[in-house]
Design a protein around this ligand. Structure first.
Ligand code: SAH
Length: 248
């Protein structure tokens, strides 16, 4: 069981697989006012940076589920590096439909809401793992600037304008689902650069090391396109944030 290979190549050096920086995760960990022992579930935990640093800085305990064997192995290694292996565990599995047996204080899905068909389905899924009054964390893109046409939306890599909401639209949607938005931390363009631009050097180095790999043509095509696509579209049109929700 694995995710498409382009991600495990282009993001193999990433600690954070979204436009958040280490500083943004630190801010989010601080503003949530978590007590030591706070129990967290993280669906699509990637390389585990959120749980590992929060275990280190705030004494949380956590479980992360991720479909990538590589990212899961990196998460386990990161926990060892930070000396928090006793507090966090990482499981290689499909998070689709995953519900924790022991209910959590915080249930998160940061940049992987497709595991439940979008943010609304993800909220419904995470709710099943939460103690009453628990905090849900959802990391989701939104339109920072609305594309003037469907063609521009497609150039941004989405099938239509309707795939995402604006920031006011997204916050209203959480409200309509019956949640109080109790905190939010938003990524910025610098964070998008860290996420996207960091892939370019990784892809370039991978191509140098694997010129005869069957996958080389695909990586080459992606590398040739991605900087232009990023500065023309992603960087300008996409916002991204983590929203903290408590059911009303
Ligand atoms: N939350 C992490 C990773 C976000 S990227 C971070 O902040 O860095 C999206 C992650 O979802 C990737 O790690 C990918 O491997 C994982 N993923 C994709 N589909 C999945 C699924 N069905 N079940 C579990 N994880 C999945």
């Amino acid at each position: 069981m694995d995710i498409p290979r382009i991600f495990t190549i282009s993001e193999s050096e990433h600690r954070i697989h979204n436009p958040f920086t280490a500083e943004k995760y630190a801010t989010l960990g601080r503003v949530l006012r978590m007590k030591s022992g706070t129990k967290i579930l993280d669906l699509g935990s990637g390389s585990g940076e959120m749980l590992c640093t929060w275990a280190h800085d705030h004494g949380i305990t956590g479980t992360g589920i991720d479909m990538s064997p590589l990212f899961t192995a990196q998460a386990i290694q990161r926990a060892e590096e930070l000396g928090v292996s006793e507090r966090v565990q990482f499981i290689h599995n499909d998070a689709t439909g995953y519900v924790a047996e022991d209910k959590c204080d915080v249930a998160a899905c940061i940049g992987a809401t497709w595991v439940a068909g979008g943010f609304a389905g993800t909220a419904a899924l995470l709710a099943q793992s939460l103690k009453p009054g628990g905090i849900m964390l959802i990391g989701e893109p939104y339109w920072r600037q609305l594309p003037a046409s469907g063609e521009i939306a497609q150039a941004c890599g989405v099938s239509s304008l309707a795939d995402f909401l604006t920031l006011p639209g997204l916050v209203s949607a959480f409200d309509n689902l019956g949640y109080d938005v109790v905190e939010m931390v938003l990524a910025d363009q610098e964070g998008w650069d860290r996420y996207e631009a960091a892939k370019w050097l990784t892809m370039r180095r991978w191509l140098e090391a694997n010129p005869d790999d069957d996958f080389a043509a695909e990586v080459r095509a992606e590398l040739t396109l991605s900087a232009k696509r990023h500065v023309t579209y992603t960087r300008e049109y996409f916002g991204w944030g983590v929203f903290a929700l408590i059911a009303r």
